[in-house]
Design a protein around this ligand. Structure first.
Ligand code: HEM
Length: 423
């Protein structure tokens, strides 16, 4: 996460077209339903320049996929930069806190990305992830017990989907469950800082949160160095074996800092978005409860239909031509996964929620190529367990009609904040 960067604003000479003015990811109608607007844009101007984002917006599946995979021409270095450059007071907060998270995975390029991915990926393997499954199931069960013992209607986000991915990730990383609320709060601040439009005062507050979050990650790694346990962080420290050439302790702390954001907020959002899609398409819910479709198929279609990570950023390394547009080196791209996943040239009836569609794996919700999400197997496991257990224990689940559906306005992440249900 590069927070201390100075970014130039609007690219000079970039064409301003009708789509440039129409696209505002913070507009209430876009936040309510980004897909309708993206459909119109994809049909009229599949690539356009957005002065709002100082970036070219790319909407077609084929082009989005090609850009993500082409690490020679498109760099990931800007992926986690704040959309709005930090104001001087916020920068000072970070400098005073010696905030220093180096590029590691998501915002790194080869060859260094390859070293870090090899190192961090070695202990992040299927056996460690599979070993978490019973814990995930038990945690889901306890949350459902609590919810079902309480009044109806209840909020499924608060009662289940918000906590579970954080608790599972904490178990993996080796963090006490009592810290869930603190870390969740920091992760939300990070979304606002990097993908929102915070005022200067908000930036200062959010920067304080980022600094605290970073110090927390450093302290965790130091603690695991002294008292290793059976968790992923301790695995990394053992694998490092005191050798900074493999990975420094600050890199491990930076990775933990990143995971404590990437590894639960996304899965929480995916779960909430998928339950909403299911309950809005009741026949699919009934098919799941009747065992006609598998939880894993529902999870995969949920990821395609309402991706929690809606957009990624890339920096153009050399002059390129994309769909006839000449885009100079140094330009930024906003690649719209949310649009790619609904592209009719890739998916039949893309606006229908159809678990079991044969080509669902073509969705780009976990990215593609060398940056393919490292946590995808874990996220899939958690989503399947949640869907399995809720459909087994609450087959009568219904959403409260006419409730307001709330999403936090930002450019890149989409997660339903509340889902009132009865059962
Ligand atoms: C439904 C849940 C999730 C979604 C939708 C998601 C999405 C993504 C996407 C789109 C990328 C690629 C970013 C890019 O190309 O710029 C990514 C990368 C990554 N994700 Fe996830 N993620 C999820 C869950 C997780 C979990 C549970 C973890 C770990 C516990 C995780 C860890 C990572 C890491 C470490 C990377 C960087 C990989 C690299 O650059 O080599 N993610 N994720």
């Amino acid at each position: 996460m590069r927070l201390l960067i100075d970014e130039a604003a609007v690219q000079t000479g970039a064409p301003i077209t009708p789509a440039s003015a129409q696209f505002d990811p913070f507009a209430p109608d876009y936040v309510a339903d980004p897909y309708a607007k993206l459909r119109t844009l994809r049909e009229s101007e599949p690539i356009f320049y957005s002065p709002e984002l100082s970036a070219w917006v790319v909407t077609r599946h084929e082009t989005v996929r090609n850009v993500i995979r082409d690490v020679a021409r498109f760099s990931s270095s800007i992926v986690s930069d704040p959309l709005r450059p930090m104001c001087p007071n916020a920068r000072k907060v970070l400098q005073d806190a010696a905030f220093n998270v180096p590029p590691l995975l998501v915002n790194n390029d080869p060859p260094d990305h390859s070293r870090v991915r090899r190192f961090m990926g070695t202990p992040f393997q299927i056996p460690r992830l599979n070993a978490l499954e019973p814990f995930t199931r038990e945690t889901v069960g306890l949350h459902l017990d609590r919810m079902m013992a309480g009044p109806q209607p209840a909020d499924l986000v608060k009662g289940l989907t918000w906590d579970v991915p954080a608790l599972v990730l904490f178990k993996l990383i080796g963090i006490p469950a009592s810290d869930v609320d603190r870390v969740k709060g920091w992760a939300e601040s990070r979304v606002a800082l990097t993908s929102g439009r915070p005022s200067d005062d908000e930036q200062v507050r959010l920067a304080r949160g980022a600094a605290e979050f970073y110090q927390y990650s450093l302290a965790l790694v130091e603690d695991k160095l002294r008292h290793p346990t059976d968790d992923y962080t301790s695995d990394l420290i053992r694998l490092r074996d005191g050798d900074d050439a493999k990975a420094s302790l600050n890199e491990i702390a930076g990775h933990v800092f990143n995971l404590l954001f990437a590894g639960h907020e996304t899965t929480s959002s995916a779960a909430a978005n998928t339950f909403l899609a299911l309950l809005q398409n009741r026949e699919q819910w009934q098919r799941l409860c009747a065992g006609e479709i598998k939880a894993s198929q529902v999870a995969e279609e949920g990821l395609r239909f309402e991706p929690p990570v809606q957009a990624r950023r890339r920096l153009v390394k050399q002059d390129v031509e994309l769909e006839g547009h000449k885009i100079p080196a140094g330009s930024k791209l906003f690649i719209m996964v949310a649009s790619a996943n609904r592209d009719p040239q890739r998916f039949e009836e893309p606006d229908q929620f159809c678990p079991g569609r044969p080509d669902v794996q073509q969705h780009l919700s976990f990215g593609a190529g060398i940056h393919l999400c490292m946590g995808a197997p874990l996220a899939r496991q958690e989503l399947s367990v949640m869907l399995d257990e809720v459909s087994r224990r609450m087959p009568g689940l219904r959403m409260v009609p006419d409730q307001a559906l709330l999403y936090t306005p930002n450019t890149s992440f989409r997660g339903l904040r509340k889902l009132l249900v009865s059962w």
